[in-house]
Write a protein that binds this ligand. Structure first.
Ligand code: G1P
Length: 289
């Protein structure tokens, strides 16, 4: 069984729900507390043993690439000024030379198409896929738990969490079959169903481990929900020849794709920080009181 070494981050989305901020700042670069959303997602992948980080970007996303570059002058200045704490933070987050790759999705044809754009960079090996709209909080990262399940079962692993049954139309929803170790067999999958058509309230929370066979299926995938090439539809076809396992994530998932989810993530992550919690608690009490 091949190790999961590479992760794909689709970061080409326009971020229309965050206009005007996203006129010039990619939505993945909006800050949650003191670091961009994308940093949390990359950290989750790194903690799961990922060695190579592949970004599928688009126009106006150049500063994501700059962000992951080494800012030599900045580091020099921090060093000269003795700002070692800040320097240590930057160094701990710095991807090693040669461990990032960037390609562009030239047209917004959907998530399935964005993932397909990474096919040459991924090559013939299983890969992790992390959607940066979602950031997670738990002691053991979501992707780390998924890698464990992958190592036990092989094949494909899709993380899910429970959503409000009235909100199934916002997500990909799976049907759950037999329990297998820490996971379960996925028996059905549908993208953004109405509550009446949803097989469950288990929604795909934006973390996947997929076999490279998905790329050939994406190449021929017809448009689905929202007239976009949907990853969910291609995964369903992958399920005809390979096992799809669900991984129930029990930590917290914050949907930074909407302004209210983004504000919630800011509050939650600030409250999780020991150095900030007392002040933030007092601020929230005062503002809400
Ligand atoms: C995508 C996936 C969907 C998943 C969601 C999680 O949808 O297609 O299955 O539940 O991400 O964020 P999108 O949010 O890109 O519309």
């Amino acid at each position: 069984m091949k190790k999961v070494r590479k992760a794909v981050f689709p970061v080409a989305g326009l971020g229309t729900r965050f206009l005007p901020a996203t006129k010039t700042v990619p939505k993945e670069m909006l800050t949650v507390v003191d670091r961009p959303v994308i940093q949390y997602v990359v950290d989750e992948a790194r903690a799961a043993g990922i060695e190579h980080f592949i970004f599928v970007t688009g126009r106006n996303k150049g500063n994501i690439e700059d962000y992951f570059d080494l800012q030599f002058e900045l580091n020099e200045t921090l060093e000269r000024r003795g700002k070692t704490a800040q320097l240590d933070i930057l160094r701990s987050m710095q991807p090693a030379a040669g461990t990032t790759s960037f390609t562009r999705q030239q047209e917004p044809l959907g998530l399935g198409h964005a993932v397909w754009c990474a096919r040459d960079l991924v090559g013939d090996e299983p890969f992790a896929l992390l959607l940066p709209d979602m950031i997670m909080h738990s002691e053991k990262g979501c992707m780390s738990g998924m890698v464990d399940l992958y190592n036990d079962t092989g094949s494909n692993v899709i993380a899910v969490a429970e959503c409000d049954p009235a909100e199934t139309h916002k997500y990909g929803i799976v049907g759950a079959g037999e329990q297998v170790g820490d996971g379960f067999e996925i028996t059905s999958m549908v993208e953004k169903p109405k509550p009446a058509d949803a097989p469950s309230n288990l929604y795909i929370n934006g973390r996947y481990i997929l076999q490279p066979d998905i790329f050939d299926l994406l190449a021929t995938q017809e448009r689905g929900a929202g007239n976009e090439i949907q990853l969910t539809d291609a995964m369903l076809r992958l399920g005809d020849s390979q096992k799809l396992y669900g991984y129930r994530y029990s930590g917290e998932t914050y949907d930074c794709g909407s302004p209210e989810g983004f504000v919630e993530a800011n509050l939650a992550f600030a409250l999780h920080r020991k150095d900030l919690r007392p002040q933030i608690e007092a601020i929230v009490k005062r503002l809400a009181g």
